[in-house]
Design a protein around this ligand. Structure first.
Ligand code: ADE
Ligand code: ZN
Length: 336
């Protein structure tokens, strides 16, 4: 990838639709928050923190990921985390960020829901000054019970206007989407938009993808490239305009490769594929790095890079008039 093309990538107005705010916890901030809150994390240098990042699949990643969150305690911590992410996103040309957060990962440690959302929300209010329109998506942890998800949904309702949608993340193994069918129906009833993780190469990937399309009725699928195993499902997803939020760098950590061929095949078939960073502090790069990595691996040209950015804006849950303005800006970048 030439530096010119990296400039082109960064200049493209884009939406990042799959980033876990807890996954943006860089080692430097982790150490600072540990000091601030008097939490003994067992490491005292960035190198020591990075040395704990040894994972080969989703389960081993999550085993490192959740304990790291113990440094997030106060509203200020959540604010600092989110503002740090938003600054990096702005530098990558992100004009719209729809940010996942995992309330149960915090409430289960005794951090109140209000602390989490108030801290994140105060950072989101600063996003426009960085040129970013930001929103929050609340994820339920699929390895917790459906009842816990239902309680979390209830806890969110006083903050309904601060959360655009709900998602489902954490360990897919043994936790299929149908476990959460009722709570997703209730969330939709409350006005939330719906998305769900269908992580790559899971035991029941294709069955789970069929369920999220047919039973849950999501608008987007996070990851989801295993859909290629069933051409009829691909055709259905395209016909319904289902969005895919794919994360090449993340894939290369939690599976055997970045799934570049699959992401590109889905894009070229006409599915609404977008790129995102997932957990950038752990997977070696932010959204621009994901565009660059896929472009280098699959020899994508400017037209396809622009198509990925265009898709991201079109499948975002932003105001439609605003989306139209971003698309005009994108066309201007492509034309220039
Ligand atoms: N939580 C954070 N990152 C995740 C991922 N890639 N899959 C499922 N849950 C997650
Ligand atoms: Zn994810």
């Amino acid at each position: 990838m030439s530096s010119i093309d990296r400039e082109f990538i960064d200049a493209l107005p884009k939406a990042e639709l799959h980033v876990h705010i807890e996954g943006t916890l860089e080692p430097e901030l982790k150490l600072e928050l540990a000091r601030r809150n008097g939490v003994d994390i067992g490491q005292s240098t960035v190198e020591e923190v990075r040395a704990t990042y040894a994972f080969t699949d989703l389960t081993s990643f999550l085993a490192v990921y959740y304990p790291a969150m113990e440094v997030l305690v106060t509203e200020q911590d959540f604010h600092d985390l989110a503002l740090g992410y938003l600054r990096r996103a702005a530098a990558d040309g992100v004009v719209r960020a729809e940010i996942f957060f995992d309330p149960q990962a915090h409430t289960s440690r005794g951090v109140p829901f209000a602390t989490v959302i108030d801290g994140l929300w105060s950072a989101i209010q600063e996003a426009p000054s960085l040129g970013v329109d930001a929103a929050l998506i609340m994820c339920f942890l699929r390895d917790h019970s459906a009842e816990s998800a239902r309680e979390t949904l209830e806890a969110s309702l006083p903050y309904r206007e601060k959360i655009v949608g709900v998602g489902l993340d954490s360990d897919e193994r043994g936790n299929p989407p149908e476990k959460f069918a009722e709570v997703f129906a209730a969330a939709q009833e409350a006005g939330y938009r719906l998305t769900m993780h269908c992580d790559v190469d899971q035991e029941q990937s294709i069955a789970n993808i069929a369920t999220v399309l047919h039973t849950i009725g999501v608008e987007r699928i996070d990851h989801g490239t295993n859909i290629l195993e069933d051409p009829a499902l691909v055709a259905e997803a395209m016909q319904r305009g289902i969005g895919f939020t794919c994360c090449p760098l993340s894939n290369s950590f939690v599976s055997d490769q970045m799934k570049g061929e699959e992401i590109t095949a889905l894009l070229r078939q006409g599915a609404k594929v977008s790129l995102a960073s997932d957990d950038p502090a752990y997977f070696g790069g932010y959204v621009g790095d994901n565009y660059a990595a896929l472009a280098a691996a699959q020899q994508l040209g400017r037209e396809e890079l622009a198509l990925l950015a265009r898709n991201s804006l079109e499948i975002s849950w932003a105001d439609q008039a605003q989306v139209a303005r971003w698309l005009e800006q994108l066309d201007a970048v492509v034309a220039s």
